[in-house]
Design a protein around this ligand. Structure first.
Ligand code: P6P
Length: 348
């Protein structure tokens, strides 16, 4: 992993401009889209950092398309991203996790890109000062004319860029345009994101797993065998793994990208497709993990190959270090040697 300190003083704007030269057909429209998005992220970062002081904590008293309570900061982040993008003319429509369907921009202001975003991931953590995040994903239009949801019913491998912001002890932007993953840290005194890690690479294997084990009794036996395996000491000291779970996917995945291991949100008897949304959360996170040399699947299929049937489709997810995710897949598919060696009996 190439560690770059901020000595080079490469801001996100300078980095976007440098990246533009890497794309021979770049029209500058994509760069301007990213700049508009960075403005929205700065505004959200400011509100998040003042969340205890500006009466933006707490609930709105409404629920979203999933029946989940909506918080004031969810609404603020959703609206500020839309306002920052709609005047630039680089995006024809947006899809927000907080909105029912696709939100086309007015005719005459429609560019060639689509922005898909989760304005505030992990918002239940806002009121307790735990990390939260914003996730975004950018596609290039396939059709002309009216913008319909079919524009987004395509595999995540067609993303032209994806990223997230983790509002934690510091505010970190992690993004990729398909040429590796770069990490920027926000300096709130200057309002600037500075490049701090160039071409982040995920370890081939880690020693941590991240999952809500409160659901364990509802998992398939093969997955329970995998968790037993992770907790069983091995002679080489690689196991037992440690459990780390924040409950904000952005924060859990940010740790996995740096330390290795894997993040899981599996299917269970109550949620046969898991909980996380393919378009708004899983595709962008899978894109980043693969760009960093990792692996992302639903236990059977590569996430980025899945063609969504609806905008809000949920999908089970296992993502992180390639060796760890491949091992989880082997267990789920009942083909891991540990399962066949008789150790794999599932404890009640
Ligand atoms: P649970 C946050 O609400 C979220 O969508 C993801 O960010 C996070 O990984 C998951 O849900 C946590 O869900 O069921 O463990 O609380």
């Amino acid at each position: 992993m190439a560690i770059v300190t901020a000595k080079r003083l490469v801001t996100i704007e300078r980095h976007i401009a440098e990246q533009e030269h890497l794309h021979p057909h770049a029209t500058g429209e994509f760069s301007r889209l990213l700049r508009d998005l960075m403005l929205a992220i700065r505004l959200i970062a400011r509100e998040v950092s003042r969340a205890g002081l500006n009466d933006i904590l707490g609930l709105t008293g409404t629920t979203n398309v999933y029946g989940e309570a909506v918080r004031k900061l969810d609404v603020y982040a959703h609206e500020v991203i839309i306002r920052a993008l709609e005047h630039g003319g680089h995006v024809c429509a947006v899809a927000s996790e907080e909105s029912e369907g696709l939100l086309p921009f007015p005719a005459g202001r429609r560019g060639k890109y689509l922005l898909v975003f989760d304005p505030l991931d992990g918002s239940s953590n806002i009121d307790v000062n735990a990390p939260i995040g914003t996730i975004f994903s950018i596609y290039r239009r396939r059709y002309r004319g009216e913008v319909t949801p079919e524009e987004l019913l395509r595999p995540g491998s067609e993303q032209v860029a994806a990223g997230y912001v983790c509002y934690g002890s510091s505010i970190t932007l992690v993004y990729s345009t398909g040429k590796g993953v770069d990490v920027f840290t926000y300096d709130p005194t200057l309002g600037e994101f500075f490049l701090t890690i160039e071409q982040l690479r995920i370890p081939r294997r880690g020693k941590q797993y991240s999952v809500n084990e409160g659901n364990a009794k509802r998992w398939v036996p093969e997955l329970q065998q995998y968790l037993d395996y992770l907790k069983t000491s091995s002679e080489d000291g690689q196991r037992p793994y440690s459990l780390r779970y924040i409950g904000t996917a952005v924060a859990d995945v940010h740790r996995v990208l740096h330390y290795g291991g894997l993040f899981m949100y599996p299917a269970d008897q109550a949620n046969p497709s898991g909980k996380l949304r393919l378009l708004y959360e899983v595709n962008p996170l899978a894109f980043l993990v693969e760009q960093a040399g990792g692996r992302a699947s639903d236990g059977y299929r590569r996430i980025l190959d899945i063609v969504p049937e609806t905008l809000h489709q949920r999908v089970p997810v296992f993502l992180g270090s390639p060796d760890d995710v491949a091992e989880a897949e082997a267990f789920l598919q009942g083909r891991h040697p540990w399962q066949q060696s008789g150790n794999g009996h599932h404890l009640p």
